[in-house]
Design a protein around this ligand. Structure first.
Ligand SMILES: [Zn+2]
Length: 142
């Protein structure tokens, strides 16, 4: 079977391998900082080491790569044609961990927001960031 990934999808998947401080994350940080939000990064003390923590809003934010976190129904989540089973196990494992961490955070009173990287593509970006902004403001503890 032919490899149907477009070049765009392929490079998008590959760019995820670098991990921390990837471009989409910087985008979100810059946006929120410019709107006056202050946050901690990669807090190791919290379950799942959230990408951003907003103590004033009792909110944590994860910016999830569509491939590594298995974004259901997303065109960027394409299981590789080689070592398929290994990848599926790996990604299912990641997803299970994500759910565990989320439950643990919620039990401790945190609001959890997940932004998927596909939602930060140029065509989706403005809507996503605006929604995020509103959601954070709603969580502000007065
Ligand atoms: Zn996605």
């Amino acid at each position: 079977m032919a490899d149907v990934h477009s070049q765009e999808v392929r490079s998008f998947n590959m760019s995820k391998i670098k991990g921390k401080d990837t471009k989409p994350e910087l985008l979100v940080r810059k946006f929120l900082f410019s709107h006056g939000f202050r946050y901690r990064l990669h807090d190791k003390k919290l379950p799942g080491k959230p990408d951003m923590v907003f103590p004033k809003y009792k909110t944590v934010l994860f910016i999830n790569g569509c491939f590594w976190h298995g974004h259901d129904g997303c065109k960027y989540f394409v299981v590789p044609k080689t070592r398929t089973e290994w990848w599926l196990n790996k990604i299912t494992g990641n997803k299970n961990k994500d759910v565990e961490h989320m439950l643990e955070l919620k039990e401790n009173g945190w609001n959890v927001i997940i932004v998927w990287e596909c939602q930060l593509k140029p065509s989706e970006r403005d809507v996503t960031l605006q929604t995020l902004l509103n959601e954070l403001k709603n969580n502000e503890r007065l």
